[in-house]
Write a protein that binds this ligand. Sequence first.
Ligand SMILES: Cc1cc2nc3c(=O)[nH]c(=O)nc-3n(C[C@H](O)[C@H](O)[C@H](O)COP(=O)(O)O)c2cc1C
Length: 167
Amino acid sequence: MNILVTYFSQTGNTKKIAEAIYENLPKEKTLKPVDEVKELDDYEIIFIGFPVHSHSVPYKIESLLNRIPKGKQIALFSTHGSLTGCRLSREALEHAVATAAKAKVLGTFCCRGKVSHAGMEALGRSPEHQAWIEMAASAQMHPNQADLQEAGHFARWVLTLSTHHKR
Ligand SMILES: Cc1cc2nc3c(=O)[nH]c(=O)nc-3n(C[C@H](O)[C@H](O)[C@H](O)COP(=O)(O)O)c2cc1C
């Protein structure tokens, strides 16, 4: 049975985390951007990653979460510009977990991801983004080596919780 790692990533941060997760999984596995994902029944476990956009989950990921089959084992990961552990970075993951309520969520992981200088300037002009944009200045070095390593640990930990491990 296959394990799917899928992600949405506009500037590559979430993709890096997806790759780190993928590398730490056993042999039968698939890595695909969310646009290329069709059948979900083929997979035993699905890792789903996204960048936090406007405190929430990008539409493409939201629609994927809405069509996760009942009881499917999933794990969620995100990258965000705001500080880790603050309410802002947790909200989107909590929303993703609630959206995938029919699934069996094995775990969640998040880390910071840089925002381009141009992105900071453009988004900083909108009041909607004020709450996180100031914090994002210190995310410029992320995801870093430690983040990728932690993502790898997360992947292996999720496996130990899955029925895949128990077989
Ligand atoms: C349109 C837009 C909205 C964003 N909104 C938030 C936000 O609400 N909170 C936050 O912490 N980061 C926010 N970010 C920052 C991204 O979540 C962060 O840079 C992420 O690592 C980008 O991932 P990617 O390279 O995979 O696209 C936003 C970025 C963009 C471009």
